[in-house]
Design a binder for this molecule. Structure first.
Ligand code: ARG
Length: 465
């Protein structure tokens, strides 16, 4: 038998050697080495469990735990240590290192355990800590948005529908729209985490372990909320991966939308925002260029993350119970999506902190585009005109103003009165951008008081001073 065959955990049943291409195709160590710490943590819990079940003596347990602790130190020093060992997967790597350290005793650890419940446990531990890290990064990004809102508390921008100027809003209101989305993303991750945080260990290969282990105790030892309830489900369930990727996908969509808003606002056509040199690139050909590459990559990475979610969903479709090797394909999409999401979230926070706002331009744009037309209609309503009629009247006034190439507030009182004699001198105050904002102090609206209240409440929620 070949070296490779001898090394494998399952060599006994085999006479022939593995084809080298099969090895490359089958081995997961090149990517699952990232689970080494989790595999060690799971192994520690399992060693304790089979000790309590009478499989290991106290001395054997102590020896195994010491060896596992040493292994953890090695991994901490060099997380890539397993690479190049030629082992099939991270589980084989941990076991073979143990055997190197404690000899035959290392061969006892796998008693009653399968790589099927082992890998499900490892992946849940890894996903749990990654979810917590993403939640922290979401908070950091939200804080940077609140900072931006505070730095430009009175900045007015045009609000858009159909990407046509619609009504003026405060920049802070725009910031808080994204803060809301990221709040929901955190909530979705927290919800997914509840179903991530259950412990498959003790499910064996599929039927449950034959040893008298205390599964609730194992779950507690690993910080899980509970043990899984059905061994067939426990080893074949990757819903937690799909759910986590789903939550990440939506967060990535939000990041991408924010990036798109900012990319537009950075164009010379809009000219609202300017990114600092720290987060922009130039062109190798066109000397004048400054491109928002950071934002474009945030928008671009969304595709990878959504793709990972789709890949995992389709991988599970049609899998019979229980474990199938297809499930090894869960790791790369999850690892890649987590890393992409982490980079994007951190980059977005840095970009927001490196954004300056050209308040004169945003104000001028907010005043243009007849975005106070609704307020003229509301003015007429206050004078007793039914809204549908005032809408019609203002529509005609806008057409007149367009032909004269003037904003509504630059028409004379006489010009305005041709459309409705109820219009008086007080109309000009109603058409001012400050008035358009002040009228919208409704909860959730863009009124300056409402926005400042919302900014401060977000700041408190995010633990900011
Ligand atoms: N590398 C495998 C995976 O990631 C570990 C489980 C292997 N189980 C098995 N029965 N071959 O899924």
């Amino acid at each position: 038998m070949s070296e490779a065959g001898k090394q494998a955990l399952w060599g006994g049943r085999f006479e022939g050697a593995s084809d080298p291409l099969f090895r490359r195709f089958n081995d997961s160590l090149p990517f699952d080495y990232r689970l080494a710490m989790e595999d060690i943590a799971g192994s520690i819990a399992w060693a304790k469990a089979i000790h309590r079940a009478g499989v290991l003596s106290p001395e054997e347990l102590a020896q195994l735990l010491a060896a596992l602790a040493e292994l953890a130190v090695d991994i901490e020093k060099n997380p890539a240590a397993p690479l190049g060992s030629g082992e099939e997967d991270v589980h084989s790597w941990v076991e073979s290192r143990l055997i190197k350290r404690v000899g035959t005793l290392g061969k006892k650890l796998h008693t009653g355990r399968s790589r099927n419940d082992q890998v499900a446990t490892d992946l849940r531990l890894w996903t749990r800590s990654q979810i917590d890290a993403r939640a922290g990064e979401l908070v950091d990004l939200q804080r940077s948005l609140v900072d931006l809102a505070r730095r430009h508390a009175s900045c007015v921008i045009p609000g858009y529908t159909h990407l046509q100027r619609a009504q003026p809003v405060l920049l802070g209101h725009w910031c808080l729209a994204y803060v809301e989305m990221f709040d929901r993303d955190r909530a979705r991750l927290a919800d997914a985490r509840r179903r991530v945080n259950v412990c498959p260990l003790g499910s064996g290969a599929l039927a449950g372990t034959a040893y008298a282990v205390d599964r609730d105790q194992i779950a507690r030892d690993l910080g899980f909320d509970a043990a899984t309830a059905n061994s067939l489900d426990a080893v074949s369930d990757r819903d937690f991966v799909v759910e986590t990727l789903g939550a990440l996908s939506l967060a990535a969509v939000h990041l991408s939308r924010m990036a798109e808003d900012m990319i537009l606002y950075c164009t010379q056509e809009f000219g609202f925002l300017e990114l600092s040199d720290a987060v922009s690139s130039g062109s190798s050909l066109m000397p004048q260029k400054k491109n928002p590459d950071s934002l474009e990559l945030i928008r671009g990475k969304c595709g990878r993350i959504v793709g990972s979610h789709a890949a995992m969903t389709v991988t599970l479709k049609g899998l019979p119970l229980a474990y199938n090797k297809d499930m090894q394909e869960d790791k790369e999409p999850l690892f890649d999506a987590m890393e992409s999401a982490s980079l994007s979230l951190r980059m977005a926070a840095v970009v927001v902190a490196n954004t300056s706002v050209r308040e004169q331009r945003t104000l001028a744009a907010a005043k243009g585009g007849y975005s106070n037309a609704t307020d003229l209609a509301d003015y007429l309503v206050a004078k007793g005109v039914a809204f549908r009629e005032s809408h019609e009247i203002v529509g005609r006034a806008v057409r007149f103003a367009l032909a004269a190439d003037k904003p509504l507030e630059d028409l004379t009182l006489d010009e305005l009165r041709q459309f409705c004699p109820l219009i008086g001198e007080d109309v000009f105050a109603a058409l001012a951008v400050e008035s358009c904002l002040r009228k919208r102090e409704v909860a959730g609206g863009t009124g300056p008081a409402a926005v400042s209240k919302a900014v401060e409440s977000a700041a408190r929620r995010l633990g900011m001073a």
